[in-house]
Design a protein around this ligand. Structure first.
Ligand code: UDP
Ligand code: MG
Length: 330
């Protein structure tokens, strides 16, 4: 039985790479036939300001299995991936970077694991040549920190290079939040997941499209999409300063009665400041708890995802992943 593979590639100002990408892809895609796979490639042009779109038009004119979605402006890497995954028709969908840092040849290995029964096969970077020490270091710290903070098992050293089975794709499509941290969302959906290790090559040409500003925004999206812990910090600070306030109060009263030469009113002011600041922090913490819950609800993630049912209608049917419209259950 032939199966179909969709490859999603986000493109942002990748003009110098498109021709080489096309060459490498073709060489690789012809090998898929021996794996009994037909394929499609979905390029998502994320509002490139160079000639990327024009070059995509040229390559797509010669190959009808190349599809192009073009955004009206730059919406960001994670949204571009989402748009591609939304349109992919394959039994499995692979997301990879345009810059050939994720070697297409690894996809064959991912396909093998998928056929063994895994729903998500992510690429684990064993080496990252051609990237700055700063990027490697911040990435190493960030992913370990995120993992301990969020409780979602987001694998370490994993980017967006991965294969997803159709059930996993349908599950991911049901997550419609705006601030998207796709690698975390894929970890969140569950199903059977595994990794294949590969060496991350340097960029084939051009510059990274992730300057520090975008990296910081991306990191914040990662933390805030999976954790309301930062909001809870106020509660903890409030409780701590509450204990401190009791100590300060006792100390101030002691000074008033046992130490001579205290300025009148000092004790009252000390006690008021200590207590009112701790009360304020605690109230902020309570507000934070509600804001955090409101935020969780606002994301409208599905409450659960079904991977298999027996003697029941097909859970993988797309209708099961749609939210009831207009308040009716349907
Ligand atoms: N990209 C995108 N929109 C953006 C930034 C990047 O679609 O706003 C694409 C980019 O064209 C590339 C992929 O996302 O295909 C990863 O970007 P890049 O290689 O610059 O990131 P790095 O590998 O340096 O982390
Ligand atoms: Mg890259």
């Amino acid at each position: 039985m032939t199966q179909r593979l969709s490859i999603v590639i986000p493109i942002f100002n990748e003009e110098p790479i498109i021709e080489e990408l096309d060459r490498r892809l073709r060489a690789f895609l012809t090998t898929l036939e021996s794996l009994q796979l037909t394929w499609e490639v979905i390029f998502v042009n994320d509002g490139s300001r160079d000639a990327s779109l024009a070059k995509l038009r040229v390559v797509a004119a010669k190959e009808h299995r190349y599809k192009v979605v073009s955004f009206s402006r730059n919406f960001g890497h994670q949204i571009a991936i989402t748009a591609g995954v939304d349109r992919a028709e394959g039994d499995a969908v692979v997301v990879m970077d345009a810059d050939l840092q994720d070697p297409p040849e690894v996809v064959a290995e991912m396909v093998r694991r998928w056929r063994e029964g895994y729903d998500v096969v992510y690429g684990v970077r064993s080496q990252r040549r051609g990237e700055t020490i700063f990027k490697k270091l911040t990435a190493a710290i960030f992913y370990r920190f995120l993992r301990s903070m969020t409780g979602v098992e987001i694998p370490v050293d994993v980017g967006d290079f991965r294969l997803m089975s159709r059930p996993a794709v349908l599950a991911l499509r049901a997550l419609r939040e705006r601030h998207r941290f796709v690698r975390g969302m894929v970890a969140w959906i569950g199903f059977r997941q595994t990794g294949v290790t590969y060496e991350r090559a340097p960029r084939a040409a051009g510059e990274t499209k992730y300057p520090l500003r975008k990296m910081v925004r991306f990191a914040l999206d990662g933390i805030t999409s999976f954790s309301t812990l930062p909001l809870r910090i106020a509660t903890w600070l409030g409780v701590l300063s509450g204990f401190a306030a009791v100590g300060v109060g006792i100390w101030a009263v002691y000074i008033k009665f046992f130490v001579s030469g205290v300025v009148p009113g000092w004790t009252t002011i000390m006690i008021l400041i200590a207590f009112s600041s701790s009360v304020q922090l605690m109230v902020m913490g309570i507000l934070g708890e509600y804001v955090g819950r409101a935020y969780e609800e606002l994301k409208q993630r599905p409450l659960y995802l079904v991977s298999e049912q027996i003697n029941l209608p097909d859970p993988l049917d797309e209708r099961n992943h749609q939210r009831p419209a207009g308040g009716t259950i349907g």
